[in-house]
Design a protein around this ligand. Structure first.
Ligand code: SF4
Ligand code: FES
Length: 247
């Protein structure tokens, strides 16, 4: 007989249920299957109404984030073999409103991301005829790690501060702000610091560090937040000690 594994999967269809429940499915066990394969098996053969997001199946698009046995994970990178003997619990990410089954609404993050201006800001654009802005390998290394973010939201789901204070701007938005601050072509750091120094910005983080632990791309948002706090503190000190023109 083919070996099987049990999945306990959140179902929530707002038009017919007042709250989420867990449904049980038996799926074939294959050594090379990830949780996303098992969800696709359920959708293709057991219940076509199960809703979840995915796209690339290779840890790039960031859309398949869910909780697997209580931890935020990319389901396309979570092998069934790591959770044996099961049952394996699959739930939507914490702290985001659930639209349906395993699908969450990420509008809050999209709004916050826009606030930190995640693009290159320049006060004077160089004419095209002068060519591109060149960077050394060291200048690239300064921000490359933060540029690896795939907006998967695992760090928000792991962050107890975001859970308690939904207004907190959150780990990925801060890491992505830092991605541009550290870019030698960018001149927008003071604008971003102003936004991130607000009540809902960097100072809400108490350095729990879970965001960095769950990040599948090694972005280290906790590190970005600590860097930012240092910059914010130096800026504040300078504002006390130095006249405006000398800061
Ligand atoms: S920082 Fe890491 S965990 Fe957070 S959204 Fe980006 S890739 Fe995902
Ligand atoms: S399906 Fe794209 S990251 Fe998992």
């Amino acid at each position: 007989m083919q070996p099987a594994v049990t999945l306990r999967v959140t179902r929530y269809r707002p038009e017919q249920e007042s709250e989420p429940t867990l449904a049980t499915y038996e799926v074939p066990y294959r050594k090379d299957w990830v949780v996303l394969d098992a969800l696709n098996y359920i959708k293709d053969t057991l219940d076509g109404s199960l809703s979840f997001r995915w796209s690339c199946r290779m840890g790039v698009c960031g859309s398949c984030g869910m909780k697997v046995n209580g931890s935020p994970k990319l389901t396309c990178a979570s092998f069934l073999s790591d959770s044996l003997p099961g049952p394996i619990r699959v739930e939507p990410l914490d702290y985001f409103p659930v639209v349906r089954d395993l699908v969450v609404d990420m509008s809050d993050f999209m709004r916050k991301l826009k606030k930190v201006k995640p693009w290159i800001i320049r006060h004077d654009e160089r004419p095209l005829a002068e060519g591109e802005y060149l960077q050394t390998p060291d200048q690239l290394d300064a921000y490359k790690q933060f540029s690896m973010c795939i907006n998967c939201m695992l760090c928000y789901s792991a962050c107890p501060i975001y859970g308690l204070e939904p207004s907190f701007i959150g780990p990925a938005a801060i890491a992505l702000a830092q991605r541009y601050n550290m870019d030698s072509r960018d001149e927008g750091a003071p604008e971003r610091l102003e936004i991130l120094s607000e009540h809902d910005g960097i100072w809400q983080c108490t350095f729990v560090g879970e965001c960095t632990k769950v990040c599948p791309k090694h972005v280290d948002p906790a590190g970005a937040i600590q860097q930012y706090k240092l910059t914010g503190a130096i800026h504040w000190l300078k504002s006390l000690l130095l006249p405006r023109g000398a800061r």
